[in-house]
Every structure is written in structure tokens, then in C-alpha cells.
Design a protein around this ligand. Structure first.
Ligand code: ADP
Length: 544
């Protein structure tokens, strides 16, 4: 028997309509590329979104067309999120930190119709303009007086002129909730970028789950500052979850240094934020060095790469900011797990509670997880057995854009991550499958070694990876950037691992460097490090 309830589709336009109607005067604050602080609210934003939808229609953008954006976190980008998807077209967010050739490749692969971009990204646009023949036009996200006198990008239009000239009468169309809404390419740290094509249904369901208390814990009383970029997996869904709950949003623009972020946190009363560990590293270093605190910030969600335990402790103990460790990837929209505690953990010691919180956590509702061996056999949830992490659910990829074949194995998506799951269901990533250090048939977790290294007070950042060894296949090499005033040496670093892990898991050697290469999403580029250290001879290994 069928249920007798309405069949209204889950559409992204409903999120912004809801916020405009019920939280109309709630603020949206942006640090703009122009340098100033801009203020609007959900009601006025929705008016401009409707104008933009009319402007896009006038430009010839039709349902299903891809519209590219090369932009930071700001209100204009948010307007594009809703206008493009709301009218049935597809928002394609592009990471400006990629190389111009990669950007052009992605634009061509997605067959974008228009490219909208922030003013300070003009130099990139000049470099790609000759390589993207499919683009029908470029839109500078600023007033007309900022249009460059000359540009290789043509035709080149000004965003504000388009919005100004358009009517604000636009009725959001209703269509199948499985219609594509946005497109995001994986950052390519594991090969060629691949397009993940989200739907209205997957996006709205993900937003509901993101807002849950044990995930992002969002409510209308919050002030959120998404540090995670809107070009990286839809800023982890925050641009959708925020209107869903009606919370104030503070957009940081391109200024992600410690001082700019901290100033904004304090001036706007930010209560919640989310980002990758490398950005928090900069913020914590600034706050530490200047003897500052967070007067309103209460929670942060950290993910994208493993949150070092030392960072979690610093946030929680020194600054009274609760950390939730989350895991996900472009293919999972991205939230797959989050590491909140259960009621039974309240009686545990602080250390035992940390041990739970350091893990990447429980699957979000509707998301399923399993770990399997190389033959696909399911492995036990004993907190010890490593396996390939598989997942499935309504906001997990089914097929990559343009590949025309399933991305699944027996109905599950293989994440490329290696994990353990404990009897309570808490998942812990031990590595990316290609980063696991395979030593004499045993697996060593590079993340575990890095976490130990960065808990040393003299270490700013550390990367661990396997280098060739004639007897053991691979042994761990630790590459470390010291804190500015640290005198840490190799022996002290190695001794620091004693008692924290089994002896055979200790790195064989330590190299101090000035910097570690970071990718376009702020993650350490292990592949680049492996290239840099190709042929590195570990102590005790004879020359070949
Ligand atoms: P790409 O795969 O192109 O690097 P993603 O941003 O989608 O881009 O990266 C997803 C990957 O990041 C995951 O597969 C996982 O390896 C890693 N990751 C994400 N969150 C965490 C976390 N909390 N701990 C450890 N690794 C993480």
C-alpha cells in the first residue's frame, strides 16, 4: 500500500525561500574581494537571487547548462548557488588554486556555458581565456567600473550591471528532485579530476543531515563562518544547511590568514566554523602568538584530512571550542561520518573521551559503511582490522560525470581510504590506500605517525610516507617543518615515538624542511613529497 502523503520534490530553491520567509532579516556578512565588509540578509539576498535568475535566462542559460564559478566565499557566490540551481541549471564550482591549465581542462570537460569570477582572479581568467573555446561569456563578479580596460576574455560582462537590470519577479520552477544541481571536480590528489554531479535531492538530504546535533549542530541562533571554500565540495554543504536552519552567515572572502579570520570571528560573534586542519593551524598559531582567545566561538568541525589530536586538544582545552572530527570526500557530498560522543561516554575519563573523538566517527544517518579485504570480503568491526572503506547512501556518487559507467562495486562506492571500525561503529581512517606504508607485509598508518609527530611542541607540520627498502619493501620517512624557535633534532624526534607505537612502526629517518607542499585544498601533497624524495637512502641501507 502506498503512503498517502504529498509528493513535493526536494528542491534547493525551497531552502532559500524558507530562509527569506522565516529568517528574512537574518544577516549575511561578507569580507569582499573589494576589501570592505558587506552586509545583506536572507530577504534581500533572495531578491537578488531572483534577479540573477532572470539575468541568467536573458543570457541564454537553460536548464541543464553548466555555469562555472571561480570565486571565494561571499554573498555573490551564494547568489549563484541558488540562482543557477534554482532555475534548473548546474552550478560548477572551480578551485582557483588549481593551475590555469587544469582549470581550463575542467571547464572544457564540464562544457561550461559561462564563467563567473571574483575580481582578484582576473590574472587566471586571462591565462585560460584562449583555452576555453566553449565558454559563451565571462562575468566579473563586481561593479562595471572594475572591468579591466583590456582582456582576453570576451564577451566580458559585469555582474552588478546584470543584476541591476533584471526584474526581481521570478517563480522558481518545480521539477524532478533527481535533476542535477551542482558539479564539483575532485581535487585530483589521486589522479585526474573527476566530476561529481550532485542532485537537488542529494543536496537537500545532505543539508538536513549536516544540521543534526551530532554533525554540525546548526540552529537559527548560530553565526557560522564557513572557512571551507565554496569551491570545495560545496563548502561541506554549509551554504545549504545555513538557510535550512536560518542562521547568520559570515563569509571570509579570500582572506584566510589567522588575523583576518580571528578579527571576523570576534567582530561578527561567530559561534561555529568548519575547515581543514592546515587553515586552523594558521589561525591557532596567530591566536597563540598574540595571546588572544575566542569569545563567541563554541564549535568547529574539522575534516578533509586527519585532525591532529594536538589540534583538537588545543581547541578544546585552551580555547574551550568543541571539535567534531568529520570525514568525507567529494564523492560523498562530502559528509560521511562525524565523531560526536554518545551518552555512555560521559562517565569516561577525559583521555578516554578523546580517544573516541580522535576517530572520524559514526556514519551519518542514511549513510552505510563497511570495510572489506582486497577480495571484497567484509571485515570485522573490532577496532583493529584494517580494510578498504566502502560506503553507500542517497548522497554518495553513483557514476562520475561524463564516464557513463557505474562507479560502484556491488552497489558500494570504494572510497580509496583504509579504515578500522570499532564495535560501537566509530570509523577511523588509517590512511589513503596509496599512502599506507607497507613494511614487511605489515601496514603502518602514516596518519598515526604524523599525529604523534605534530603533538611534539617543536613541530609545526609533519608528513610521513614510505620510501623503498631492500628488505622491508617500504619504511617510513618523516619530513618535518619545525616551529620557528624550535631546536628539535632527529634523535629527539625519533625518541619522541618511544612508547607511543610499536618499535617496528617508528620512522627510520627524519628530514627537516622549510615547507611541505600543499595541494589546492590545503592537503599535504604526498605524491609530490614521494617524488622529491625518490631514491632517498635510509640509514643502514647500502647504496644500490
Ligand atoms: P580528493 O579526493 O580529490 O583529494 P577530497 O577533498 O574529496 O578530494 O578528499 C577526500 C579524502 O580526504 C578522503 O578520501 C580521505 O582520504 C581524506 N579525508 C577527508 N576527511 C578526513 C579525515 N577526517 N581524516 C583523514 N582523512 C580525511
Amino acid at each position: 500500500m502506498r503512503g498517502l502523503m504529498m509528493q513535493t520534490p526536494l528542491l534547493i530553491s525551497d531552502l532559500i525561500q524558507h530562509a527569506a520567509r522565516f529568517h528574512g532579516d537574518t544577516e549575511i556578512v561578507s569580507r569582499r574581494v573589494e576589501g570592505d565588509i558587506h552586509r545583506t540578509n536572507y530577504r534581500d539576498l533572495h531578491t537578488r537571487i531572483r534577479k540573477l535568475a532572470n539575468a541568467l535566462t536573458a543570457l541564454g542559460v537553460k536548464p541543464g547548462d553548466r555555469v562555472g564559478t571561480l570565486a571565494w566565499n561571499g554573498y555573490r557566490h551564494m547568489e549563484l548557488y541558488y540562482a543557477v540551481s534554482g532555475m534548473g541549471a548546474i552550478l560548477h564550482t572551480i578551485n582557483p588554486r588549481l593551475l590555469p591549465d587544469q582549470i581550463a581542462w575542467i571547464i572544457n570537460h564540464a562544457e561550461d556555458s559561462f564563467l563567473f569570477y571574483d575580481a582578484n582572479l582576473q590574472p587566471i581568467v586571462e591565462q585560460i581565456a584562449g583555452k576555453t573555446p566553449g565558454l559563451q561569456g565571462y562575468v566579473l563578479m563586481a561593479d562595471a567600473d572594475r572591468l579591466p580596460a583590456e582582456s582576453a576574455a570576451a564577451p566580458l560582462l559585469a555582474y552588478e550591471s546584470l543584476v541591476d537590470a533584471a526584474s526581481d519577479e521570478f517563480t522558481w520552477p518545480s521539477f524532478d528532485e533527481n535533476t542535477a544541481s551542482s558539479l564539483c571536480y575532485t581535487s585530483g590528489t589521486t589522479g585526474n579530476p573527476k566530476g561529481v554531479l550532485y542532485s537537488h535531492r542529494s543536496t537537500v538530504l545532505h543539508a538536513y543531515a549536516a544540521a543534526l546535533p551530532d554533525v554540525m549542530n546548526l540552529s537559527a541562533t548560530d553565526v557560522i563562518l564557513p572557512v571551507v571554500p565554496m569551491f570545495h565540495v560545496n563548502a561541506w554543504g554549509l551554504p545549504y544547511a545555513a538557510p535550512l536552519v536560518g542562521c547568520k552567515i559570515v563569509f571570509p572572502g579570500p582572506a584566510l590568514d589567522g588575523k583576518s579570520l580571528h578579527d571576523l570571528f570576534e567582530a561578527e560573534g561567530v559561534t561555529m566554523s568548519a575547515g581543514v586542519p592546515t587553515v586552523w593551524q594558521g589561525l591557532l598559531a596567530y591566536v597563540d602568538a598574540n595571546g588572544l582567545a575566542f569569545s563567541t566561538m563554541r564549535r568547529t568541525v574539522i575534516g578533509g584530512s586527519a585532525c591532529p589530536p594536538a589540534m583538537m586538544r588545543a581547541f578544546e582545552e585552551k580555547y574551550r571550542v568543541t571539535v567534531v572530527h568529520a570525514w568525507g570526500m567529494s564523492e560523498t557530498s562530502p559528509l560521511g561520518t562525524s565523531g560526536a560522543l554518545k551518552s555512555k561516554h560521559s562517565s569516561l575519563s577525559a583521555e578516554a573521551r578523546y580517544a573516541v573523538k580522535f576517530k572520524q566517527g559514526l556514519a551519518l544517518p542514511s549513510v552505510d559503511l563497511k570495510i572489506v579485504d582486497d577480495e571484497g570480503n567484509e571485515l570485522p568491526w573490532d577496532g583493529k582490522t584494517f580494510g578498504n572503506l566502502m560506503t553507500r547512501g542517497p548522497w554518495i556518487v553513483n557514476e562520475y560525470y561524463g564516464e557513463d559507467k557505474s562507479a560502484l562495486q556491488d552497489g558500494w562506492f570504494q572510497t580509496g581510504d583504509v579504515a578500522v571500525i570499532d564495535p560501537d561503529g566509530y570509523m577511523q581512517i588509517t590512511d589513503r590506500s596509496k599512502d599506507v606504508i607497507k613494511s614487511g607485509g605489515e601496514w603502518i598508518s602514516s596518519i598515526e605517525l604524523e599525529n604523534i609527530a605534530v603533538s611534539h611542541p617543536g613541530v609545526q607540520i609533519a608528513a610521513c610516507f614510505g620510501v623503498a627498502h631492500p628488505r622491508w619493501d617500504e619504511r617510513p620517512l618523516l619530513v618535518v617543518v619545525r616551529k620557528p624557535d624550535s631546536t628539535l633534532d632527529r634523535e629527539e624526534m625519533l625518541a619522541f615515538f618511544d612508547g607511543k607505537i610499536a618499535k617496528w612502526q617508528k620512522p627510520d629517518d627524519v628530514v627537516f624542511v622549510d615547507s611541505i607542499p600543499l595541494g589546492a585544498t590545503g592537503k599535504m601533497l604526498k605524491a609530490e613529497l614521494r617524488r622529491q624524495f625518490a631514491g632517498y637512502r635510509l640509514p643502514g641501507v647500502d647504496p644500490a
